[in-house]
Design a protein. Structure first.
Length: 147
């Protein structure tokens, strides 16, 4: 059973115009800023290098949005080749009737970390010039999970 006090909520903020411009110029780095409800100072809040501290068996929820609020951003899948297939009990799935995605963290030791990746669409398009939109942040098991 998941520790309901240890849930993490991640807001995925995509600068859609900059991301499309990068992809059109051959730079396949999306411009994404991420924030979560993790209060620890080492999480790189609001940066492209967010590290979310989570509890073993905690629930992680991702909610995508665009920086300009005019474009539509939609997560399409999570990549299990980065190690998240062992970090989550099952790969994250889309919440019914929502743009949010949720995954349950496996029972892992404190300090364990993993990169994970997700694919996303901008305004219904899953790629630009044949390249899929993709991003790979990190999760880490909290050194001192909440009780």
């Amino acid at each position: 059973m998941a520790n309901m006090d240890a849930n993490a909520h991640i807001l995925v903020i995509v600068d859609t115009q900059a991301t499309i411009k990068n992809y059109e110029s051959g730079n396949f780095e999306p411009v994404i800023y991420m924030v979560d409800d993790d209060p620890t100072p080492d999480s790189n809040q609001g940066s492209v290098n967010l590290i979310t501290n989570v509890a073993p068996e905690g629930i992680v929820t991702w909610k995508p949005t665009s920086i300009n609020n005019d474009d539509e951003v939609e997560l399409t899948s999570f990549d299990d080749s980065k190690g998240c297939q062992d970090f989550f009990k099952d790969l994250p799935t889309q919440d019914r009737g929502s743009k949010s995605w949720t995954g349950e963290v496996a029972e892992l030791d404190a300090g364990t970390s993993a990169s994970y990746g997700f694919y996303f669409k901008i305004n219904g398009n899953s790629n630009c010039n044949g390249e899929k939109f993709y991003f790979d942040p990190q999760l880490r098991i909290q050194p001192n999970p909440p009780s």
